[in-house]
Ligand binder design. Structure first.
Ligand SMILES: *Cc1c(COP(=O)(O)O)cnc(C)c1O
Length: 373
C-alpha cells in the first residue's frame, strides 16, 4: 500500500481530511443531529410492504425522474410552508449532500467560486473541493449571526458563482432573517443556496426561504429527511427552486441516481409525515431544557432554531469533549475554540448529558474568553 502522496491525486485534494464525525459505540450518541425517537410501528409495517413490492421490480431501472416522489415532496412543502410548488420545481437525491453536489456540478466547477459564511456546515467547502469549485470563507459577527451589510459587501467583493446560507445554521443553530437572504440574493448574479436541513425545528414564527422563491430563479432551498423526519439512514435530500434550476441539474445527475428502494421508502415515510414529525415538538422541548440548564452550570449557548445546541465556553473544549466521552456521552467538537455542539433528542438523553456536563463543567468552564455565565 502506498500513501496518498504516491498517487496522482488532484493537487487541490492533497493534504485534505475527509468528513469524519466519529462513529463510536457510546451509550449516548449526541454528535450527528439524528432524531433518536424510534420510527412508528405503522410506518415500519408499511415500509416492509412497500419495499417488498419495490423489490419485485429491481430487475428494471428506477423512475429516472422520481416524479411521484417529487410530487409528494412538493405537497409536503406546500402543507408546511403554504408555498405552492410544482413537482417540476422539486428535485431529490441521495441526501441533501448529493443535491448540493449536483448544484455545484452545474453552477460551480473549475474556475468558479463558492462563498459561505463560516462557521457553517463543514460539507459545503468539502463538496466544493470535490467538484473543483474554489471556496471562500465568509465572515460572521462574533455572536455568529450574519451582518447583512457586511455579507452584501463580501458577496460584491468575491463575486461568487454560488453562495451558501445555512438557516438554521449548523453548528451554531440560529436561523437567518429572510431580509438577509434577500439582500445576499440581490447582491449576486450567482446561485444562492439556502440549506434548510433543520427548518422543521425552527422557533415559532421563523419563515422558510421557500416563501422567497417566487420571482427569484437563482434561489435554491435544500431540505433533508435526515433530521426532523428521523430517516438519516434513508439518504433522501431534496431542493425546491425554479424549474429551470431543476432542468440544469438533469445535465449533471447520474442516470437512475435514486434507487427504486429509496424512492419507495421515501414515499412511504412521507405518507406518515404527521407521525414522524410528532416528535419534533418533544425534541424542541429538550433543546430548550438544555439551553435553560446551562447558566446554572456556568455555561452559555447560542440561540438555537435546530435540534442541537452550541454550548460553552470552555477553556479547553477538546478536554471537555473527552471528559464527556469518558462519561459515555458523545458530543461534537466542531473545531470552534471554547464551544461544543450537542444534539437534542429524548428526555433520557438530556438527563444523561446534563448530569455528565454538571461534573465536567465544575472543573472546565469559565476560562475560554470570559463569557461563561
Ligand atoms: C445534516 C445536514 C445536512 C443533511 O445532509 P443529508 O445528506 O441530507 O443527510 C445538510 N445540511 C446541513 C447543514 C446539515 O447539518
Amino acid at each position: 500500500m502506498t500513501s496518498l502522496d504516491g498517487l496522482p491525486l488532484r493537487p487541490e485534494l492533497r493534504g485534505r481530511t475527509p468528513y469524519g464525525a466519529p462513529q463510536l459505540q457510546v451509550k449516548h450518541r449526541l454528535n450527528t443531529n439524528e432524531n433518536p425517537h424510534p420510527l412508528p410501528d405503522a410506518l415500519l409495517a408499511d415500509l416492509a410492504d412497500a419495499l417488498g413490492r419495490a423489490a419485485a421490480g429491481l430487475n428494471r431501472y428506477p423512475d429516472r425522474d422520481a416524479l411521484a416522489l417529487r410530487g409528494d415532496l412538493a405537497r409536503y412543502l406546500r402543507q408546511t410552508s403554504g408555498v405552492a410548488l410544482e413537482p417540476a420545481q422539486v428535485w431529490a437525491a441521495n441526501g441533501s449532500n448529493e443535491v448540493l453536489q449536483q448544484v455545484l456540478q452545474a453552477f460551480g466547477g473549475a474556475g468558479r467560486t463558492a462563498l459561505g459564511f463560516t462557521p457553517s456546515y463543514s460539507m459545503h467547502p468539502i463538496i466544493s473541493a470535490g467538484t473543483g469549485t474554489g471556496w471562500v470563507d465568509g465572515r460572521r459577527r462574533a455572536d455568529f449571526t450574519i451582518d447583512t451589510a457586511d455579507a452584501v459587501a463580501q458577496v460584491r467583493a468575491v463575486r461568487p458563482d454560488v453562495v451558501f446560507v445555512t438557516s438554521p445554521n449548523n453548528p451554531t443553530g440560529t436561523a437567518v432573517a429572510l431580509g438577509t437572504i434577500e439582500a445576499i440574493h440581490d447582491a449576486t448574479e450567482g446561485i444562492v443556496v439556502v440549506d434548510e436541513a433543520y427548518a422543521e425545528f425552527a422557533r415559532a414564527g421563523t419563515p422558510s426561504a421557500l416563501t422567497l422563491l417566487a420571482g427569484r430563479p437563482r434561489l435554491v432551498v435544500s431540505r433533508t429527511m435526515s433530521k426532523a423526519f428521523g430517516m438519516a439512514g434513508l439518504r433522501l435530500g431534496y431542493l425546491a427552486a425554479d424549474r429551470a434550476v431543476v432542468d440544469a441539474l438533469q445535465l449533471v445527475r447520474l442516470p437512475y441516481h435514486l434507487g427504486s428502494l429509496t424512492q419507495a421508502a421515501a414515499r412511504t415515510a412521507l405518507a406518515h409525515t404527521d407521525a414522524l414529525l410528532a416528535t419534533v415538538d418533544a425534541v424542541k422541548a429538550e433543546r430548550d431544557r438544555i439551553v435553560a440548564a446551562l447558566p446554572a452550570l456556568g455555561l452559555t449557548s447560542v440561540p438555537s432554531d435546530a435540534n442541537f445546541v452550541l454550548f460553552g465556553r470552555f477553556a479547553d473544549a477538546r478536554a471537555a469533549w473527552q471528559a464527556l466521552l469518558d462519561r459515555d456521552v458523545l458530543v461534537r467538537d466542531v473545531g470552534l475554540p471554547g464551544w461544543l455542539r450537542v444534539t437534542a433528542g429524548t428526555a433520557e438523553e438530556t438527563d444523561a448529558f446534563l448530569t455528565a456536563l454538571g461534573e465536567v463543567a465544575a472543573t472546565a468552564a469559565g476560562h475560554g474568553g470570559g463569557s461563561a455565565a
